[in-house]
Design a protein around this ligand. Sequence first.
Ligand SMILES: NC(=O)c1ccc[n+]([C@@H]2O[C@H](COP(=O)([O-])OP(=O)(O)OC[C@H]3O[C@@H](n4cnc5c(N)ncnc54)[C@H](O)[C@@H]3O)[C@@H](O)[C@H]2O)c1
Length: 378
Amino acid sequence: MKKILVTGGAGFIGSAVIRHLIQDTPHAVVNVDKLTYAGNLMSLASVSDHPRYAFEQVDICDAAALKRVFNAHQPDIIMHLAAESHVDRSIDGPGEFIQTNIVGTYTLLEQARAYYEQLPFERRESFRFHHISTDEVYGDLPHPDEMIGEGNTLPLFTETTAYAPSSPYSASKAASDHLVRAWQRTYKLPTLVTNCSNNYGPYHFPEKLIPLVILNALAGKALPVYGKGNQIRDWLYVEDHARALVLVATQGQVGETYNIGGHNEKQNIEVVKTICAILEELSPSEANPNIDSYSCQPGNADSYLALIKYVQDRPGHDMRYAIDASKIERELGWKPQETFESGIRKTVQWYLDNQDWVQQVQSGDYQQWINKNYKERA
Ligand SMILES: NC(=O)c1ccc[n+]([C@@H]2O[C@H](COP(=O)([O-])OP(=O)(O)OC[C@H]3O[C@@H](n4cnc5c(N)ncnc54)[C@H](O)[C@@H]3O)[C@@H](O)[C@H]2O)c1
């Protein structure tokens, strides 16, 4: 059994990692989370009373608090997920992204290093610092529409693709990746880095595309689609990501980077239409009082599809992301268990079944932000 310190464990991916660690492995967890608008302890309700789980409400920029947590909990592995993670928010206000993603990662690295250097030799040998990052650090790839007549092979991001981030979010994550690698090279802190494609699944904060579309459709509100909706993302079910992360943290090679992806390239508009079709099946618009073309109610549409509304594109929007995940598959034997079709159906069903979670997260600062941004842009 290892003691694993997870930062950002009340967020979307962090909570999936913790539920997986507690429910499917013998490891113990200490969750270090500041509980920003994106952190929600309700996402951990199924494991929070478990004797192998502990919670510390701490900001990763607070060196003294981190030092206390390291000394009190004596972790063997750090899995660092805490971050500001929403691209649109990073465009509106990059300051928090610089603070948490860069300064916070630096502060955590320094506290981890001080702790690591005083560990006895055998514990140093097995200590790991795993930094969780995104494929957005690589910038974007050519879109198939741009490659007509250039052959059929579309490039993928590999672990050696050069960094070229486009948004304040991805630039701050790129900076944090560089810091982690430098701490390994310079101070011999045993680090690992993973870069993953877009995640989706249960407990996803409703500002992100998939939950936003599900919940707006059910409420009869517009389904905002940026530009033409032809941006391509490679979608991975969050529980597949969580399994990959625990594998890397416990069995990955020190100093290595692993790309993680779902082999599920989809245009955004395709994702939105798929959700509408699943909702028609599981919660038909005909029986939904919010979808009524004669009522002049919010969406004023007669089906979920009719709620789609094309809005002005986001500045600097990347056109295509796609991951080559062959290294983690070959070296650690990981493969996603869900296809996009199975994962998206589970996700829609989860949101239908978990309205209390939705209501709780929607009652906070989220609603204000979403009203301001999506109403103004729509
Ligand atoms: N969501 C994706 O599709 C995706 C894909 C690849 C990589 N990632 C990376 O995975 C990680 C987790 O992403 P997510 O989608 O779960 O994010 P999230 O926004 O859902 O959760 C972030 C968590 O970090 C916490 N946090 C924020 N600032 C903090 C601070 N200063 N100190 C302590 N805790 C703080 C929040 O309270 C929240 O619980 C991020 O590092 C992100 O860059 C995300």
